[in-house]
Design a protein around this ligand. Structure first.
Ligand code: ADP
Ligand code: GN1
Ligand code: MG
Length: 369
């Protein structure tokens, strides 16, 4: 008899065997949070002891070269782990990936998909959004601390896993190309949104131009500092590890700070128009946590352009959602037909609210310097 449960169970068994994990699989559940990879929490029982793992299918449409992704992840996690003298702390604050029987960093399974396996961080939780300011403060601290842990990692030893990931200029070019080719015939319904994004092009690309002009530096950054990419301790609500490490590569700190700020405002899902706004209280809490960790290591120009980073990354993501909608939703996982369109629409509403509150944001940043 055909049983998808049994089939999935067999596949998970095959993968765990290859990662040298023994014991009975007592449960697995899909974690439906990310927009890129497919993530399962797997529970294994061995000699009366329950262990939890994260099993993740790598999205090879997004990550064309999984070898360099895993190379970066192993190199940076082992670098960070060495900074903790207490192994219990290391396992709370740094992800721990396993190797396969033949010493590989991912496993190509019988279904031809690529998987990686790593430890579930005990007693942890991630949130898509929250109104709890102390948790938002902790998220700021988590990303700031992550920056510190990698500040002395040699940038030349990092691979670029996605070329031009936060090159806002190229993101605009991609939108223009998608509009020109219009392969899904969706241009007309998007025309006013496309024009609205185009009207912000100079503003949104100004930060990346500062990098091209040598005014601001590249650092070792995370590049996907979305609020749900931080784990929190279920008991204390303090931050634990920063996760989702596929995009660690040379980048601008303003985008790391900025994407944290962007994502604490939530993100629209499904097919309806959802206006987003930036809560100044949340902005304050995240900024306080982030700057407590990083203010002494950032340059004056970097500090001056943090708020611009939040606005740029918000517009850039709106441009990416819109491009993906025009190209037929190949990149971001979507559940409904116009989801990328509505995500894009809500990103521009958020960016406009940030632009309105720019002076307020700058004052808060100054307060914490
Ligand atoms: P994606 O790239 O698709 O966003 P993530 O790596 O962010 O995937 O993982 C998706 C979700 O899985 C996270 O938001 C978190 O809830 C959970 N998760 C991932 N890794 C761990 C881990 N090591 N411990 C506990 N939960 C985790
Ligand atoms: C993706 O994987 P996830 O859901 O954390 C995307 C980010 C976007 C985010 C928007 C590799 O992040 O750049 O900001 O969706 N990651 C990649 O929700 O493209
Ligand atoms: Mg994620």
């Amino acid at each position: 008899m055909y049983s998808p449960f049994l089939l999935k169970n067999m596949l998970i068994r095959e993968i765990l065997d290859n990662f040298k994990v023994e014991g009975e699989i007592v449960n697995y559940e899909l974690i439906n949070k990310g927009r890129i990879n497919k993530t399962y929490k797997v529970t294994v029982l061995l000699d009366g002891i329950t262990k939890y793992y994260i099993l993740q299918r790598i999205n090879t449409y997004v990550f064309k070269n999984p070898d360099i992704v895993m190379e970066n992840i192993f190199n940076t996690t082992s670098f960070m782990r060495k900074k903790f003298t207490n192994p219990i702390d290391a396992s709370k604050y740094v992800l721990h990936f396993k190797k396969t029987l033949d010493d590989k960093k991912y496993y190509k399974a019988s279904n031809d998909m690529l998987y990686r396996l790593y430890r579930f961080v005990d007693n942890s939780v991630s949130y898509d959004s929250t109104d709890d300011l102390s948790i938002i403060y902790e998220a700021g601290k988590a990303f700031g601390n992550f920056q510190n842990l990698l500040s002395d990692f040699n940038i030349d030893n990092l691979y670029t896993t996605i070329e031009d990931f936060h090159n806002t200029i190229k993101r605009y070019e991609a939108l223009k190309n998608a509009t020109k080719f219009d392969i899904m015939n969706r241009k007309d319904e998007c025309s006013s949104l496309i024009n609205e994004y185009l009207s912000y092009e100079d503003y949104a690309t100004s930060l990346y131009k500062m990098f091209l002009d040598g005014i601001i530096p590249m650092r070792v950054t995370h590049n996907d500092t979305k609020f749900n990419n931080v784990l929190f301790d279920l008991t204390t609500s303090k931050h634990l590890a920063v996760i989702d490490l596929d995009t660690i590569m040379p980048g601008l700190i303003q985008y790391d700070y900025g994407d944290g700020i962007r994502s604490i405002s939530g993100e629209a899902d499904s097919d309806y128009n959802q206006e987003l706004h930036i809560s100044i209280e949340k902005f304050d809490a995240f900024t306080k946590g982030f700057l407590e960790e990083t203010k002494s290591s950032l340059s004056k120009k970097e500090l001056e352009t943090l708020a611009l980073g939040a606005i740029s990354v918000t517009i850039e993501l709106g441009v990416r959602f819109l491009t993906d909608y025009l190209e037929g939703d190949k990149y971001f996982v979507t559940k409904t037909k116009k989801e990328n369109f509505f995500r894009s629409k809500s990103q521009i509403s958020l960016a406009k609210d940030m632009i309105k509150k720019y002076d307020l944001m700058q004052n808060i940043i100054k307060k914490y310097l």
